[in-house]
Design a protein around this ligand. Structure first.
Ligand code: BES
Ligand code: ZN
Length: 638
């Protein structure tokens, strides 16, 4: 066990810091929200940043950039406004990674103070290079001329051939968790919130989008963007391409390449109902528009909650709306994560666990308990696997250890599903009639703040637990937050639908019925996933073939089902799946699928499979995102 903070102490000590500040005021579109000036002492607790945010805090960043597809770089100027937390601070330390800094000028009250002698530390493989800018006692703005690297981990530059339309190149960013610093010099920590604005110049025929309000092209051919609400740096985002738009309602729509635009608008047509359900449960949507963008298939995530514009993988467009929980998830981050933000990656469950909880509540509102419970059970199965695979027990705590090597470690199903289950546990114990308004008040009271696990625990104590002491004990809470694995107080979801699947499966496995006689006509993707994930070990090749011949699983177009099937095929030695598995690995870049597929191939005791995987990876690697390259390099190198 590492630095274990006695939770009882933190519960009370932190309680004094949290104040409730009254009624909820709906925020109108583009209404600027001032970043809060810290009144309490800021203790630097994020170890994944060089920024001295305990001394100086960035409040606004303006980017003025050329998007240069030939050189694969962003090139221009970042103008940074800041405030002093310590009145005598004489240095601004920013995070950069693989940036070429050309010059730094300092300003005071809008007046130039001159060019300054900045220094750059030696590069660290994870954190990048600290940019140290000396300040006079009047400096309140710095202007940094810089250029990104063509190999920046946060930017993927696709050639025209790598897009569906084949005519124009495409660029998209992925700043979470440590890659905003590969896009611009910033205080790259979720503890700091800033507003931003941007002016972009892009080649003719391309549309730029950002996680901000969308400006039209002006007479100079430039696009202007504004994000008037303070956000953490990991929510800075950009996409540029031959992108078209289709509205879903007056403030929700879909951006995508033409080939998938109509299908995506249809797939995600229920987004407005998701927004309504979220709003009903947790208060107003505060970001103005909510658009979705379907990115090229190399996007390494299912979705990314960039404010006003969630980024999505095209693998969600399954044709039957079966994977739209990812949209519910990214939308839910508009409350949990974007509005109330984890202040370091050790507290990632405050973003992802809360969001997975809200996602499931919204799915229940829209589609009913049956689907919501199926998703809970599937998630629970995945989480149990993640817990059993954890490299050390501390990585199964909700409050993650201080010595995590990389924030990637924080984004396992522990943060997501153990986190969500902690909230299910609280919901069950306090009852929805108390827990729902409590959570709504949390989002409202903490809006536009970055918070820690201890802030949440003290808020829970003050606003719910204190007056309902019989509902839970502090030991039970501590076991969830500061203890390993899944506490036995966890909800045990039971899906009647899956019990029917299990019974059918058992009959087929034991040879009582043929695959063709299984009653699968009414099975949803969820039932298929449960069936496939729970196939017993030791199926014969004939049994694999029978399933495949009957249900055409190899090459199926639903990426989740295909992934579940290929995992079984690798485990069970069903080699007939390999040509289509190769096709899958060559065309899908979503990390959730490909990391585990490569891991299973590499970990197999068959040498031929290990070699085959290495060959496929060599061919596929150039089209994978830099983040996926780094992750799979580690898997294949092991
Ligand atoms: N914020 C995450 C994606 C992310 C995590 C990016 C860590 C960078 C580092 C996003 O909200 C997410 O959780 N996406 C999931 C969706 C799912 C759990 C419904 C994904 O990509 O699969
Ligand atoms: Zn998420």
């Amino acid at each position: 066990m590492t630095t274990f903070k006695p939770a009882i102490f933190t519960l009370f000590a932190a309680a004094a810091l949290t104040a409730c500040n009254g009624a909820e005021a709906p925020v109108k579109e583009n209404m600027p929200v001032k970043a809060e000036t810290p009144t309490k002492l800021i203790i630097k607790s994020d170890k994944f940043t060089y920024a001295n945010y305990d001394e100086v805090r960035v409040t606004h960043v303006d980017l003025n950039l050329d998007v240069n597809f030939d050189a694969k770089v962003l090139d221009g100027i970042a103008t940074i406004d800041f405030e002093r937390v310590k009145p005598d601070a004489d240095m601004l330390v920013l995070d950069t990674k693989d940036l070429l800094i050309k010059s730094v000028r300092i300003f005071s009250g809008g007046n130039p103070e001159g060019v300054t002698d900045y220094t750059m530390d030696e590069a660290d493989a994870v954190l990048g290079e600290a940019l140290r800018i000396p300040l006079t006692d009047k400096t309140d703005q710095v202007l940094i001329s810089y250029r990104t690297s063509p190999t920046a981990e946060g930017l993927q530059w696709l050639s025209p051939e790598q897009t569906a339309g084949k005519k124009h190149p495409f660029l998209f960013s992925q700043a979470q968790a440590l890659n905003a610093r590969t896009m611009a010099p910033l205080q790259d920590t979720p503890a700091v919130r800033m507003t931003y604005s941007a002016t972009l110049r892009v080649p003719e025929g391309l549309l730029p989008l950002m996680s901000a309000s969308q400006g039209a092209k002006d007479q100079n051919g430039e696009y202007r963007f504004e994000m008037p609400q303070p956000i953490p740096s990991y929510l800075l985002a950009i996409a540029v391409g031959d992108i078209k738009f289709k509205p879903i309602n007056d403030h929700i729509g879909v951006y995508a390449e033409e080939y998938i635009l109509d299908a995506a608008a249809e797939e995600f047509s229920e987004t407005p109902q998701m927004e309504e359900a979220n709003t009903k449960l947790y208060g107003p949507y505060r970001w103005g528009r909510y658009d979705l963008i379907v990115l090229p298939p190399s996007f390494p995530y299912g979705g990314m909650e960039n404010p006003r514009l969630s980024f999505l993988t095209p693998t969600l467009v399954a044709g039957d709306k079966s994977l739209t929980n990812v949209v519910a998830h990214e939308l839910a981050h508009s409350w949990s994560g974007n509005l109330v933000t984890n202040s370091s990656w050790r507290d990632a469950w405050l973003n992802e666990g809360f969001t997975s909880y809200v996602e499931n509540r919204v799915m229940e509102e829209l589609y009913g308990e049956r689907r919501a419970i199926m998703e809970q059970v599937l998630d629970m199965e995945g989480m149990k696997r993640a817990i059993s695979e954890a490299k050390r027990p501390e990585l199964t705590h909700l409050k993650l250890p201080e010595d995590m090597a990389h924030p990637d470690v924080a984004f396992t199903l522990v943060s997501y599903i153990k986190g969500a289950n902690f909230l299910f546990f609280l919901e069950d114990r306090f009852g929805r009639e108390k827990f729902d308004p409590f959570l709504k008040a949390w989002f409202n009271d903490q809006a536009f703040k970055s918070v820690t696990t201890e802030d949440f625990l003290s808020y829970l104590h003050e606003n719910l637990h204190k007056d309902n002491m019989e509902a839970v004990t502090r030991e039970e809470i501590d076991a969830w937050v500061y203890g390993p694995g899944l506490p036995d107080t966890a909800r045990k979801p039971i899906s009647d639908a899956f019990e029917v699947v299990d019974a059918q499966s058992a009959e087929w496995v034991s040879g009582v019925v043929k695959a063709a006689d299984l009653k699968t006509e009414a099975w949803s993707t969820h039932e298929w996933l449960h069936f496939l994930n729970n196939l017993p070990e030791g199926l014969t090749e004939a049994q694999f073939s029978e399933l495949d011949d009957t249900f055409s699983l190899t090459g199926t177009q639903n990426a989740e089902t295909a992934f579940a099937w290929y995992m079984q095929a690798i485990k069970g030695g069903y080699d007939a799946a390999y040509p289509e598995l190769e096709n899958f690995l060559m065309t899908v870049g979503r990390g959730k699928f490909i990391y585990r597929l490569y891991g299973a191939l590499k970990g197999s005791d068959r040498e031929d499979l290990q070699f085959w995987a290495a060959d496929v990876y060599e061919a596929a690697r150039p089209v994978y995102h830099p983040i996926a390259q780094r992750r799979i390099d580690a898997i294949m190198g092991e």
